[in-house]
Design a protein around this ligand. Structure first.
Ligand code: AMP
Ligand code: ZN
Length: 459
């Protein structure tokens, strides 16, 4: 039985889908105004593991992730500058161009990490009409008020605001960092529809004139559009709990009187040297920064499995080095079993399977699941059955073991240089050049295979 921690009830619960064997799920996706950093990517690796564990348990998925490509303010609570417009100003580009560029960079990153993509990836800018209809219903239901430039959600109209973080409005007031904006009736009220100033670059013709939506609205409207009023699981980072997800719940209650998801799951933060990652401390890394230091994307995946998603994980270069060693051990061990000829008792295989399943079904306990993998690897009997077992586990782990083949150790410098040039050509989508180099390699007697980690050769 799959057990998951539910932030809403603050309990580990036995998971039961609304419809048998199908899971409807929504994940809050990135705001695409910059490259994703490795902290952001932790959130999507968690999402990936959850998808894989659900599939391993026999569920089919209908999973939506949004891409916030319309501006959202630096702070979640209607303050500060619009992130997208700020990036556009700094890079001297159109905000739509910024969004397009960083969305593609994000999609490439999740491919490199072998993240199993949601069935539906929904861009906010392509759903303005959906948001407009949704917000009009909330207005009709009497949950909003207008000021000169903004339509606010009136949180005092709810039976309770703050069901996820279990905070009341008084506590919020006490914790507020800024002066209470006098336009709002209650400190927890938030903008759902905003009149665009004359020179605002992202705006649409709507029922209230030239406007743009409040950030929280897109997730409510798009989850309703694709998954209906209520669905199984909603995921995000823990930073989403106090404002963004409370506001999604508020909107949904205003729209149809219901909390949209049964289970709310939140991934804790990646810290660095025990603290926060930030540009100013010069310790904000991307996947490319890791690659530049010799750590390919699956190494970062391996590193994530050293901690539960509900705990913080601290990034250090030493930890990356250990993860690299561990990944090599996994691949080498897999190859040894692949070449093995011994047979294994059925009970032994069953015992491993059971332990692995118990670990992943214990709220995605990946450190324990990995300990089972190490046991299998260390089994002195080398057997194809154990190779098959590892492949089965890899459906959850996502290391793409099936495509891993040992690199020939004695590749000459000339061949290595060709491989490097080919990988560079492929990265810049220079297919003609990559094909040209592939033909040279084939002539020299190599089988050329394209993998997520680049070109792999075998004789
Ligand atoms: P954003 O693009 O800023 O909306 O963030 C995308 C996702 O990354 C959200 O789910 C955040 O909760 C998550 N996130 C941001 N910083 C970190 C971090 N240091 N560790 C883990 N997740 C993070
Ligand atoms: Zn969201």
């Amino acid at each position: 039985m799959l057990k998951l921690y539910n932030t809403l009830t603050r309990k580990i619960e036995e998971f039961e889908s609304i419809e048998p064997k199908q899971v409807k799920m929504y994940s809050c996706g990135p705001t695409v105004y910059n490259y994703a950093h490795i902290g952001n990517l932790r959130a999507y690796l968690f999402m990936d593991t959850l998808r894989r564990v659900l599939k391993y348990n026999g569920y089919t998925l209908k999973h939506v992730m949004n891409i916030t490509d319309v501006g959202h303010l630096v702070s979640d609570s209607d303050e500060g500058e619009d992130k997208m417009l700020k990036a556009a100003r700094i890079e001297k580009k159109d905000p739509f161009e910024i969004a397009e560029f960083y969305m593609n960079a994000f999609l490439q990153d999740i491919d490199k990490l072998n993240i199993d993509k949601p069935e539906i990836i929904a861009r906010a800018t392509e759903h303005i009409d959906v948001m407009e209809k949704y917000v009009q219903q909330i207005i009709e239901n009497g949950f909003t008020y207008e000021t000169e430039k903004t339509i606010y959600f009136d949180t005092s109209k709810l039976d309770k605001y703050g069901v996820l973080s279990n905070r009341n409005v008084e506590e919020q007031k006490a914790g507020a960092r800024v002066e209470f904006d006098s336009e709002k009736k209650n400190i927890s009220d938030f903008a759902v529809w905003i009149k665009a100033p004359e020179n605002h670059l992202m705006k649409w013709d709507t029922f209230w004139g030239k406007c743009y939506p409040g950030w929280h609205l897109e997730c409510s409207a798009m989850s309703y559009q694709y998954l209906g009023e209520q669905f199984d699981i909603h995921t995000g980072g823990i930073d989403h709990i106090p404002i963004h997800h409370e506001n999604e719940i508020a909107q949904s209650k205003g729209f149809c009187g219901k909390i949209p998801a049964h289970v709310w799951m939140h991934v804790d933060f990646l810290t660095i040297d025990g603290g926060k990652m930030s540009k100013s401390l010069n310790n904000l890394y991307t996947l490319q920064d890791l690659a530049d230091r010799g750590y390919e994307p699956p190494v970062y995946r391996m590193f994530q499995f050293t901690s539960s998603y509900r705990n913080k994980i601290n990034f250090t270069w030493e930890a990356m080095e250990s993860a690299k060693v561990a990944l090599n051990r996994l691949r080498e061990g897999y190859l040894r079993h692949k070449e093995g000829t011994e047979t294994i008792e059925k009970e032994m295989i069953q015992k491993y399977e059971e332990k692995f399943l118990n670990a992943i079904n214990d709220d995605l306990n990946m450190p324990v699941a990995m300990s089972v993998v190490w046991e299998v690897l260390k089994n002195p009997q080398k057997s194809k059955e154990l190779k098959d077992l590892l492949l089965k586990f890899d459906a959850v782990l996502g290391f793409d073991l099936a495509h891993y083949e040992k690199q020939e150790e004695s590749l000459s410098d000339e061949i290595l240089e060709l491989v490097k040039q080919r990988d560079e050509a492929r990265q810049t989508k220079n297919w003609a050049e990559s094909d040209r180099i592939r033909d040279i390699l084939i002539k020299k007697g190599y089988l050329v295979k394209d993998t997520k980690e680049g070109t792999i050769l075998s004789k």
